[in-house]
Ligand binder design. Structure first.
Ligand code: ADP
Ligand code: MG
Length: 302
């Protein structure tokens, strides 16, 4: 009796929220198409003026890489897709104008920095253990949500691991994966592999400040706006100025490096004989001395 009432309560609540919030009935498809039109996050939309977003991945699209600055809306987008899939499969209407989904056998998520410091596991270790679990558990019918994987370690390590994990999922597992990252370098995966698309959370600069549009658009994010975001967080001016100075120094360094390395290729070191020729003052030489010098230089050249 109690169980029946509980079930009724759940269904009634789902019906109420579907009615009040304008949810739609999702469609399930046997082709592995995933289409969400004007999808929303059911919880975040309660607290802000929400900007709905679309997602379309056809049968042959396995991986969507979502780049964009911090605070631009990547995590919310990923979670809303997972929640729509979950709601749909539990028999609920979903927060979207239209939704067509395959039946997923599992939904995997790797979001946030859920470190288990208490158990002596570092954030990075926790991340990699979860990633290992996903790689071994996911099938081509799974949905995988990876949010900022590889953040817990140095830039290069993290990026390399994120790259390899994303590639494995897209190429070998072929599940539907949404991968949010602030590493714009990962977007190059789309050129290397079929079935990978790039999306980005759009932001614009306006009077030196960053403005988030919360629109998920095709293509790769242009800039990371890290310092502008830090400014929004009210970091002291002094610290921001120092960060800007350091940033331009780092950018200069990374631009100067390849040139410096190429230099010897184009400007071979000078031959010592040139140096000697430069020292000669012909007007002070007798014809005989000039002739002797010529013989000597010729001999030195071999
Ligand atoms: N679609 C959206 N419409 C309105 N506000 C949004 C939307 N997506 C995100 N936001 C706002 O932006 C904040 C940061 O979003 P989040 O997804 O955490 O950014 P990111 O993961 O790119 O750093 C959220 O807490 C929310 O307030
Ligand atoms: Mg995020």
């Amino acid at each position: 009796m109690g169980e029946a009432l509980a079930e009724l309560d759940v269904l009634r609540s789902l019906a109420e929220v579907a009615h009040k919030k304008g949810y739609t009935r999702p469609r399930f498809t046997e082709s592995r198409r995933l289409l969400i039109r004007e999808g929303r996050h059911p919880v975040v939309e309660e607290t802000v003026t929400f900007v709905p977003n679309d997602l379309f991945m056809d049968e042959r699209t396995h991986l969507a890489l979502v780049t964009g600055p911090n605070m631009a809306g990547k995590s919310v987008f990923l979670r809303q897709v997972a929640l729509i899939a979950l709601l749909a499969q539990m028999g609920s209407f979903v927060p979207a104008k239209e939704a067509e989904l395959p039946l997923f056998d599992k939904i995997f998520t790797r979001v946030g920095a859920s470190d288990a410091v208490a158990e002596g596991i570092s954030t990075f270790m926790a991340e990699m253990q979860e990633a290992a679990g996903i790689l071994s558990g996911a099938t081509e019918n799974s949905l995988v949500i990876l949010d900022e994987l590889g953040r817990g370690t140095s830039t290069h390590d993290g990026m390399a691991l994120a790259w390899a994990i994303a590639k494995h999922l897209a190429q070998k597992v072929r599940c539907k994966t949404l991968f949010a990252t602030h590493y714009r370098e990962l977007a190059e995966l789309a050129e290397e592999l079929p079935g990978v698309i790039n999306l980005h959370a759009a932001a614009r600069e306006w009077k030196g400040e960053v403005v988030f549009l919360y629109r998920i658009l095709p293509g790769v994010a242009e800039k990371s706006y890290g310092i502008q975001v830090a400014k929004l967080a009210r970091l002291p001016e002094e610290v921001l100025a120092e960060a800007k100075r350091k940033l331009s120094e780092l950018e200069k360094k990374s631009m100067a490096k390849p040139k410096a390395e190429l230099l010897p290729l184009f400007e071979p070191p000078e031959h010592p004989i040139l140096e000697e020729l430069r020292k000669i003052e012909p007007e002070k030489l007798t014809p005989l001395e000039a002739l002797e010098l010529l013989f000597r230089l010729r001999k030195e050249l071999g």
